[in-house]
Structures are given as C-alpha cells and as structure tokens.
Design a protein around this ligand. Sequence first.
Ligand code: 2AM
Length: 175
Amino acid sequence: MSARRLFFGIGLPEPLQQQLVRWRAEQFPEEAGRPIAAANLHITLAFLGDVSDEKAQGLQQLAGRIQQRAFALDLDDAGHWPRPGVVWLGCRQAPRGLLQLAEMLRSQAARSGCHQSPQPFHPHITLLRNATRPVALPPRNFHWRFTVDCFSLYQSVFSQGRTRYRRLQSWPLQE
Ligand code: 2AM
C-alpha cells in the first residue's frame, strides 16, 4: 500500500515569502544554517507522518467540516532550537484562531492513528535548518502581519536531493 508523508499547514503569501528571504539573508551569516527555500516557508499545524491514501481521505473529509474564522497572524518573534538545529520565526502571542485550528487538526489526526508529538504546539516558520551551533538572533524590531484565510494539506516530496512541499488541498476559513 502506498503512503505519503503529509501535514496540515499554513502557507505564506508569495510577497511575504520574498520579504522574509531577503530579511534572512541580511540577518544571518551563511554558516548559521541551511536556508529553507522561499516556496517552502510555512507553518505546520499538524504533522501526520506517512499516511495511506485511505486514511488521508478520511482526514480530508474531517478537515472539510472544520468551521473556523480567518485571523491575523503577527510574525514578531524569532528563536533558535539548537537540538533539532532550527532557527524559526513565530509570534509572541499566538492568535486563538491559530491554536484552535491546530488543536482541532491535531486531535483529528490523533484519533485517526497519526502519532502527535507530546510537546506543546509552538507555531513557527522554519527559516534555517542544520543550525546546531550558537546563532546570534536579530534584534526583535521586526514585524510582519498577514491574514490567514485558508489552511492546506501538504505532501512532503523528496526528490533529486531536495524536499518540496506540494499543496494537495486547501480549505477556506470564514470571513
Ligand atoms: P519543522 O519545520 O519544525 O522541522 C514538514 O516536515 C513539516 O512538518 C515541517 O514544518 C516540520 O517542522 C514538521 N514536522 C516534521 N516532523 C515532525 C514531527 N515528528 N512532529 C511535528 N512536526 C514535524
């Protein structure tokens, strides 16, 4: 049986992806870590792991029943997790809508047998990987805001030495 590596997440508007990539290049030296491609910048809501087509269909149906209002997201925080080697961008105060959406998707995933990390959900955009050595973080004087009006199911595709996140389906949030 085939299985695909899937996750629910939030994509970023393309102009914001470009702004973040430019800012990252100004703020971090090359040796800080491996930069994530602009098109791959996202926030994971629920990581599903390797999922059969049948299970994915069930999860897609459940996702389609979620009633959730759109919300604004402020990117005004950054951090470094040395153990996974991740430098990230996030929010000082995660909006309630984001936490509710993630909670819903994560509990649907757990009930469908997709193991969910016991660690508390910390919404973030991974900017750099392989960042295992100390990194100087930029002063917290940055702030980007965008409206989250949909969420998506992504497939993580690894080919020719690269990972790409392919959007399989999106669901709108309410106005
Ligand atoms: P990361 O960026 O913090 O590594 C696709 O791999 C997405 O799913 C990434 O955003 C990644 O988070 C997240 N992810 C990968 N493995 C995961 C796991 N075991 N638990 C939670 N999230 C995971």
